[in-house]
Design a protein around this ligand. Structure first.
Ligand code: HEM
Length: 302
């Protein structure tokens, strides 16, 4: 997997012309300090320390998905929210979410093949011909590619709904495994921009908007876990679980101030703690290697 991860990062650098020192995806973003207040409602499902009733310090990074930091805010309709929980004894765990419920590739091999088809994103988007060819060759990618075509960016980082996409397991005191997916719900309510409004936005609008909001008080999100059933796939990020699944609110995140020192952090979605396990989703486990390589490269460049 590590070899394919290196090839994939090389491909991203070529397709997007990534400048040195930046993340190889979600290049432009801003980091903040936060606290997570767990309500204890998941304590029968997991022994994870941050899900027991109480407060945990956290870092949060909001980002625009493009590996090219110069893209306008509107050209990256998918926004990211990466949260690192700072646990006792210097341990940490991450939840990395985006404003899409699904990913477009089921396996790392397909992701890499698709990058090979889309030769260049440098003008901002692939040509119609390239998209049609992707949809014909990779029908399971249709859900996300169609979503992206229709997708409206949130009006602010603080009004997006952020999905973990992958499944994870909560592990109880009795070693029982409950498959879940994470969903961050904005306290300000979900609000999207029309494509025309989005195009009119200046570069860096989202970052400036967060600064204004935080100056007035904490920006808040609710963390829900979606409870998976035995028939829900835990290994396929191209499939959304039925919307009727039970949701459990496990706590609230309050984002309080800027944290420039957190910009260099590696938000690896596979870093777990006791009480949590990664699912068998191959894209999730591949991300561990891809993020490590990207982090090593960007840190060695700065
Ligand atoms: C084959 C699949 C994927 C690859 C190769 C990939 C690659 C990357 C890379 C290289 C980075 C920069 C890491 C760093 O330098 O710290 C990154 C960041 C990120 N990715 Fe992915 N990614 C993949 C799938 C996903 C999925 C499914 C999600 C949805 C949850 C996602 C969400 C994010 C977010 C939010 C960030 C920014 C994290 C931060 O703020 O540091 N990625 N990705």
């Amino acid at each position: 997997m590590k070899k394919l991860a290196k090839t994939t990062i090389d491909q991203i650098e070529k397709v997007f012309d990534v400048p040195t020192g930046y993340r190889r995806a979600h290049a432009r973003g801003k980091s903040y300090k936060a606290r997570f207040i767990a309500n204890g409602s998941a304590s029968h499902l997991t022994v994870a320390p941050h899900f027991q009733k109480g407060e945990t310090a956290a870092f949060v990074r909001f980002s625009h998905f493009s590996p090219d930091p110069t893209w306008a805010d509107a050209m990256s309709p998918v926004k990211g929210m990466a949260v690192q929980f700072l646990l006792p004894d210097g341990e940490m765990t991450n939840i990395v979410g985006v404003t899409s419920p699904v990913f477009f590739a089921k396996t790392p091999e397909i992701f890499s093949e698709m990058l090979g088809v889309v030769k260049s994103f440098k003008k901002g988007k692939p040509s119609l011909k390239e998209l049609v060819s992707l949809l014909a060759d990779y029908p399971e990618s249709g859900a996300m590619l169609n979503n992206i075509r229709k997708m409206q960016a949130p009006s602010s980082f603080s009004t997006g709904q952020y999905h973990s996409i992958h499944a994870f397991y909560l592990i109880s005191q009795q070693s029982q495994k409950q498959p879940i997916k994470y969903l961050w719900e904005p306290e300000n309510g979900v609000e999207t921009l029309s494509p025309l409004d989005a195009i009119a936005l200046p570069v860096g609008f989202f970052e400036a908007d967060m600064e204004d909001r935080i100056a007035k008080g904490p920006v808040k999100f609710q963390l829900d876990v979606i409870i998976g059933q035995s028939e829900d796939p835990t290994d396929d990020p191209t499939k959304e679980w039925p919307k009727t699944r039970e949701r459990l609110t496990v706590g609230y995140l309050e984002i309080t101030e800027k944290a420039p020192e957190a910009e260099g952090i590696l938000f690896d979605p596979t870093v777990m703690t006791a009480g949590l396990e990664c699912s068998e989703d191959r894209i999730l486990n591949f991300r561990h290697h891809a993020y490590e390589i990207s982090h090593q490269r960007r840190m060695s460049e700065t």
